[in-house]
Design a protein around this ligand. Sequence first.
Ligand SMILES: NC(=O)c1ccc[n+]([C@@H]2O[C@H](COP(=O)([O-])OP(=O)(O)OC[C@H]3O[C@@H](n4cnc5c(N)ncnc54)[C@H](O)[C@@H]3O)[C@@H](O)[C@H]2O)c1
Length: 277
Amino acid sequence: MASEINAKESIAADFKSQTIFESMSLKGKVTVVTGAARGIGLALARGAAELGSDIAILDSLHEPSEDLSSWETLRVHIKYYRTDVTHLDQLTETFARIKNDLGGIDNCITAAGLVLDKPFHDHEWDECSKILNVNVMGTFFCAQLASKTMKEQKKKGSIVMIASNAANVAIPSRNMSMYTASKGAIQSLTRALAVELAEFGIRVNSVSPGFIATEMIMEACRRDSDLWNVFSSKPPMQRIGARSDLKGIVGYLLTDAASYTTGTDVVVDGGLACGHS
Ligand SMILES: NC(=O)c1ccc[n+]([C@@H]2O[C@H](COP(=O)([O-])OP(=O)(O)OC[C@H]3O[C@@H](n4cnc5c(N)ncnc54)[C@H](O)[C@@H]3O)[C@@H](O)[C@H]2O)c1
């Protein structure tokens, strides 16, 4: 009887213990973001920093595409680690340095990725291996290293992996069979890790963007000028996505506001997966 009454009391208070704004803060957290020297990763790193998190940026490029000292007004620590996600020795060393430099790891966003757009019959073994190495193996081992630290810390953690709408819908003018396979692997990995890591308080979700204007997309448009038209007219919302369209949802998945959300894939594609022109 007493425990029933306690249960009633806690049900009454559960949604008032924190405001939405409090639950969406990342103050005091450390977030690792891979592939964040530019593009989507950079924007997601900025989003997590805006929510108050310290940030470790990992990328194979020599330096980030923008001067991170301009982010000082956010009053968080931001450190850049030049690291190739396909080299486990480099990755292991970098994750150890992050723990040492920033005091731990609470969240991880995996955005490092490569795309390959060519007919299925023209795909070659080496280029396919490269895609799988970066998009699947790199993501897999970053999630492993991040979650090992989260488990050691005995604190809650959140991992968000960037998949792609390519895993949900194929567009006739784009030929991305191996890329699609790699992103389908990320969606499946999300579900497997959500189950395996739940007992440690670690949530794992993926986000599948549609066409988002970044260097990756612009490089494709430079090779094929018709593509810009495809990207901006195929989605039912009749526009290409912006990196700002992803910041909120990824930030949310990192925070306590998403504390009961794990193993899900959030599609951010202007409606493309539901139908296209
Ligand atoms: N732009 C889109 O329309 C779109 C759509 C769906 C999914 N995505 C995914 O979003 C992620 C980011 O894409 P983007 O458009 O910002 O691309 P981008 O090319 O602008 O950025 C990718 C970043 O990953 C880094 N990277 C690549 N290989 C690496 C490696 N071995 N080690 C460390 N870093 C490495 C690159 O240096 C680059 O900074 C990718 O996983 C991509 O597949 C992009």
